[in-house]
Write a protein that binds this ligand. Structure first.
Ligand code: F6P
Length: 551
């Protein structure tokens, strides 16, 4: 099943092009090239011109997409075919944002009707919390919503909660507990009032150790602190709701399934922030804003589905990542938002991209003979500039980078000095522009000399340039634009997985560690026979722990 990309004519052509490719962004950046490489997808303005690309490479990459049939794969995904082959599942996160009047039957089921039925319940519940109609067991209004979840049941909601901070309702705060490190729950709960706290247990499987442990810790915390005489079952019913595909397990936990919101096995965990997993976000920003977010996702889905290949932004960006990974030797990819509100976006993308494409076997189980999944990483600019940009500018490694910025600031602040007033957002944007310019054009030794730099310092002060970047701009970080950005990266990830012929929708690689943690637990608690079965390094670490635990 699927075409091995290395057997295509386009792969051979790209190999040939890479061998003789000598990037020269200084001469490549003509107005015509910039015009041709500037694409629009919904509200996103995407400038690809500062990538290591020429017309031949672009044509060969598009041929590669054709030969491995990315479009066919995309259409199969959108139609609900079981493209998650190792789990025999449809992959339909795009159905989560179809409008109510759309229709899509999958495996005999009207998924749009199902999605909107749950969405309506999510919206109604969120409105009750926001309005104060839903109270805790002692009748007090909810002031804090604590989402308990990990991975896809945490990263999307927390990223979006941070990103949409200006849209949050006053008087309602969300917190997020994910880590099995007890510090996480300990810190999150330390100053909360149990009477005004609502917990959302978010877990696709409702079987994740971290989430269930944290949920039990939170339940115990609640019941110990509510006023004496409060009925336990009644308290759990008012203070705990759940989001899961496993509603039976929700009931076993003691949560009233009337207050549980479902989703489906065709929504991957890392693709689930726009399902009921977004409940904490809906409570924070309200149904109207969440609907705008969904509309943004859908706008990007439509772009991906309908835009011609040469102006299809997810296709073009995914293919560029393949070019860098498989032909120019890049191992990582930086995502650098010039927007403090997107400070969790790189962490969110790490799960999306790396859990999806960190694979080394193809759909049919054969080993890939080429690199897959880059390491995605990043921090907001300008903080990153003062930390790791040195390596991107002058290091020996190729680090393709996406720069993201918005025309309108979330906070419009002015710096007033004796010399006048400075719009601080313009300072931010000046940095955004300066970095991609410096990376593309560099600074030659002669230019450094012209600045009067001593000859022995010229090499250290020279910038090679030709460091590839994509600039993504939008009018403002609205809910819709956030949805567009997330969907853009979902589809970039899809394109890369389709070219590589891997299943981007399973995550078997996280299972072994989970299993071993269960097996090892008794050894840590003192079971010498289990400890003795471990490898010498693990045994030595267990001994260190036991000697230093202090109890
Ligand atoms: O361990 C990885 C993973 O399965 C992710 O794919 C998922 O997002 C996360 O764990 C949480 O899973 P769940 O939502 O089932 O608790």
């Amino acid at each position: 099943m699927g075409v091995d990309p290395t057997t295509t004519k386009a792969w051979a052509r790209l190999t040939e092009l890479a061998a003789s490719y000598e990037p020269d962004l200084r001469s490549a950046l003509t107005p015509e090239w910039v015009d041709r490489q500037t694409l629009v997808a919904a509200d996103l303005h995407v400038d690809l011109s500062k990538n290591l690309l020429d017309a031949d490479v672009e044509a060969a990459l598009l041929s590669l997409a054709d030969e491995v049939d990315v479009a066919g794969r995309r259409d199969a995904m959108l139609a609900g075919e079981h493209i998650n082959v190792t789990e025999d599942r449809a992959v339909l996160h795009t159905a989560l944002r179809l409008p109510a009047d759309a229709s899509l039957r999958v495996d005999g089921q009207d998924v749009v009707a199902d999605v909107h039925e749950v969405l309506d319940r999510v919206y109604a519940f969120a409105e009750r919390v926001r309005s104060g109609e839903w109270t805790g067991v002692t009748g007090k209004r909810i002031a804090t919503v604590v989402n308990i979840g990990i991975g896809g049941s945490d990263l999307g909601p927390v990223m979006a909660y941070e990103a949409l901070e200006p849209y949050r309702q006053d008087g309602l705060t969300c917190r997020f507990i994910s880590n099995i490190d007890p510090t996480d729950a300990g810190q999150a709960l330390s100053d909360l009032d149990p009477e005004t706290t609502l917990f959302i247990v978010s877990s696709k499987t409702f079987g994740t150790l971290e989430t269930l442990t944290n949920a039990r810790l939170c339940r115990a915390w609640l019941l110990e602190r509510l006023p004496a005489g409060t009925d336990d079952a009644g308290a759990v019913a008012r203070h705990f709701v759940a989001v899961s595909t496993a509603l039976g397990k929700v009931a076993d936990f003691g949560i009233d399934t009337d207050n549980a919101f479902g989703f489906w096995d065709w929504v991957g965990g890392r693709y689930s922030m726009d399902s009921a997993i977004g409940l904490s976000l809906v409570v924070a920003v309200g149904p109207e804003r969440f609907a705008e977010l969904l509309a943004g996702f859908h706008a990007m889905d439509e772009h991906f589905r309908t835009a011609p290949p040469d102006s299809n932004v997810p296709l073009r960006m995914g293919l560029l990542n393949v070019w860098y990974t498989n032909f120019l030797g890049a191992h990582t990819h930086a995502v650098l938002p010039y927007a403090q509100l997107l400070h969790r976006f790189p962490a969110y993308l790490q799960q999306l991209t790396m859990e999806s494409n960190g694979k080394s076997v193809r759909w049919d189980g054969t080993a890939v003979g080429y690199d897959t999944g880059e390491v995605f990483w990043g921090e907001p600019g300008t903080n990153g500039q003062h930390a790791f940009y040195q390596l991107i500018h002058q290091g020996t490694r190729l680090v393709p980078a996406d720069f993201i910025a918005f025309a309108r600031p979330a906070y419009d602040l002015v710096d007033r000095t004796d010399d006048g007033e400075t719009d601080v957002h313009e300072l931010l944007l000046a940095n955004f522009l300066a970095q991609t310019k410096a990376l593309a054009l560099g600074r030659t030794a002669d230019e450094v000399r012209e600045e009067g730099v001593a000859e022995e310092l010229v090499p250290a002060r020279t910038f090679p340039g030709n460091r590839p970047t994509t600039s993504i701009m939008a009018p403002a970080l609205t809910p819709s634009v956030l949805g567009q950005l997330v969907a853009l990266y979902e589809h970039i990830t899809f394109v890369q997985g389709a070219v590589w012929g891997i299943d981007s929708f399973d995550q078997w690689g996280v299972e072994l560690g989970k299993q071993l943690a269960q097996e090892l637990r008794p050894a840590i608690s003192g079971d010498a026979s289990v400890a003795a079965e471990q490898d010498p390094s693990t045994q030595s670490l267990i001994r260190y722990y036991q000697e230093n635990r202090g109890r």
